[in-house]
Design a protein around this ligand. Structure first.
Ligand code: ZN
Length: 309
């Protein structure tokens, strides 16, 4: 699927997916970690890479995702400013390097937990956009894995990690902080922007759309939503993202049914209403090709649609 990929977001995508070679080439010295109180026990950390969710309280600290290895010290310092407690658990929402790059650094402090496909993919060589990511060292792998769901009873609430199949990848967990009324979406939600959907890792637009729909049905209107990328959001923002997924994939589907090829559909573009969504890392052309390939069934998920563990 890399044949015509010459987007300026290329470097980002590689860093996003691989988080290894590219991440090491990047200068992290200027990255600052910004902490925001979300609700209840939960905070959000923004730096470089995926947003980090944090639970603090009498039981210690739990984090959801850990960005890049070179940021581990800065993340530790940011956690210490929120709460002096010890890190106990690290949840990974999926395998990509901008969410798991800190695993090895944090593995001596806390226990890494993830859906079983995260461990499978981190344990073996992965190829995204033709770029290979080598297997991660043992210390960076999740120690506790689960097929469908797992609950952690921590800091006075039940924190549920639930597997949502074939969305951004085949190993996505969405994390529900049930007492604090907060949900961490991982990369099943890019706030206000077209998302990266990793077809090579078992992701699909159809699955992603279904996942977001299920989350919307599950969370109250006053919940706080942490996206994988972008600012702290609301269920209304997540609904707008779902609307975008349905509308833009519907447009491409109609054009495909009319026999148009990818180049033609890209040339025609999307209505102006969706222009702003293409101003992030995933430009409109790449978004259209992702939809096209996902609907064609080029993603690994296509043959397993509807299959749940
Ligand atoms: Zn990702």
């Amino acid at each position: 699927m890399t044949r015509k990929l010459r987007s300026s977001g290329m470097l980002f995508l590689l860093a996003l997916a691989a988080g290894t070679a590219v991440a090491q080439d990047r200068d992290y010295s200027k990255v600052q970690i910004k902490a925001t109180k979300v609700a209840g026990n939960v905070y959000m950390l923004e730096g470089a890479g995926g947003n980090i969710g944090v639970s603090v309280g009498p039981d210690g600290i739990l984090i959801v995702d850990d960005q890049y290895a070179p940021l581990a010290d800065k993340i530790r310092a940011a956690l210490r400013e929120i709460d002096p407690g010890n890190l106990q658990f690290i949840l990974n929402t999926h395998w990509h390097g901008d969410h798991t790059g800190g695993n090895q650094a944090f593995s001596k402090e806390g226990t890494i937990i993830a859906q079983e496909n995260v461990r499978k993919r981190l344990s073996t060589e992965q190829t995204v956009f033709g770029e290979k990511t080598p297997p991660s060292p043992k210390e960076a792998l999740p120690v506790i894995t689960f097929p469908d769901a797992l609950s952690i009873h921590f800091n006075g609430e039940e924190i549920q990690a639930i597997h949502f199949p074939h969305g951004h990848t085949d190993g996505d967990s969405i994390i529900f902080f049930t007492g604090s009324n907060v949900v961490h979406m991982g990369d099943d939600f890019f706030a206000g922007r077209f998302p990266f959907v990793d077809l090579a890792s078992g992701g699909s637009i159809q699955g992603l759309t279904a996942n977001v729909e299920k989350v919307l049905a599950r969370i109250p209107a006053d919940a706080k939503v942490i996206p994988g990328h972008g600012p702290l959001s609301t269920p209304a923002d997540l609904a707008a993202f779902h609307h975008m997924l349905v509308e833009t994939s519907g447009i491409v589907k109609t054009k495909m049914a009319a026999g148009k090829d990818l180049a033609t559909i890209q040339k025609e573009g999307l209505p102006d209403a969706w222009k702003e969504w293409g101003s992030g890392f995933i430009k409109t052309d790449l978004w259209i090709s992702t939809i096209y390939e996902s609907l064609q069934g080029n993603g690994a998920a296509a043959h397993q649609e509807g299959t749940h563990h």
